[in-house]
Every structure is written in structure tokens, then in C-alpha cells.
Design a binder for this molecule. Sequence first.
Ligand SMILES: [Zn+2]
Length: 218
Amino acid sequence: MSTSFRIGDYLITVVDDHIGAARDAATVFPDVVPIEWDPYREIAFNSEGGYQSQWRGHLVRRADGTGPVILVDTGMGPGPYEHTGRKGELLDSLAALNVSPADIDAVVTTHCHGDHIGWNITWDGETPHATFPSAAYHVAANDLEHYSKPENSNAAFGRNVAPLQGLGVLRPVRGEVELAPGVKTLPTNGHTPGHQCVKIESGGQVGVITGDLFHNVA
Ligand SMILES: [Zn+2]
């Protein structure tokens, strides 16, 4: 069951991809002393007190079914993953919402870390295809520039972002770009040089999809 909530005319739906193995929070946040977690244990940890990363995207679309379908981030990718022994489930989660890859009009990458770009590309042997064939892929120009330098590049960028250019679907983002009425990218550089959020303003309400601006609800 996926989680949805409304912001004015828009429906925001969590699209799960992968839940990581449980870890001790101290391995993920070594600078946080355990007592500082106390007020947040219930919302930040699983029932056994373990820290579990959740990789996912967010679908943004109008509740009345009109207008573009926007997918913010594409998770870890197909896998399977050694640390959990499971595959990524993003496409299954979309299918459960009756959304096919071809229904996505825009993909927004909040930033170019591997756990946010995993399903951007589907590889047929040595040939890359856009997993979402009708979508324009919005990636911040600052991240493109940074990770295109040989000293900063990594395998995930090479596989899941770099080929977008040759496929003709890449839309480098500078500053705020409107994706739909009231929905726009919001530069929040820091976590990476081009990190961006997606801001939704509708019916007097405002929401922000924060990417990795925060790593945990606590
Ligand atoms: Zn990140």
C-alpha cells in the first residue's frame, strides 16, 4: 500500500523501490550520540530499533487526472542487491498505481547519487534506453557539470545519467523551472553541487519534496 497526500489540486504518492537492511544508527550518523535519538525513536527506526534507509520516488500529478505526470527520483534501480537479497521494486510500485513507464511525462532528479537515479535507464546489453520513454529528464546543470568531470564521476552516473544526453531526453535545469502550474524545481545546492527540491503550490497549500536535504524524518 502506498502513501498519498494532497497539496491543493495535486496528489503526491510515494513510490517505493527498496528498503535497506537494518543497521545501527551510529554507523549511519556517527556524530549523533544515542540519547539524541530518544524523542524520535518511534518515527525514525523500525520496531526493533534498527535504522533502515528507504529508497523511493514520488509521483506528482493532479488529482483529477489532467496535466503532466511527474516522477521525482527513480530509486536504487533494478538490483538485485547483495545487502538485502532483493530487487528494486519501483516499476512494480508504479504498476500497482496503474501507472506505466510511458505515462511519465517528466522525471526530476533531485541529485545524482546512485540511490536517486537507479531506474533512469534500462540497459539492453550495451544499449541504453530511457526507462520512461515519453519523459523529459530534468537534472540540475550544476550536478551534470560536477559529475561529468573524470575526478568526480562514478559508475552510477555513467550508467544512469550520462546516457540521457545521447538519448535526447536530458533537460539540464538552471534555477527554478516550472514543471506544471504551481510545480517547480527549487535549487537547494549543498548535499551535491546541484541538489534541487520540487516545490508544489496549489489551493493555498505548499509542499516540498526534499530529496536528500534531510536523510531521516527525525
Ligand atoms: Zn544523496
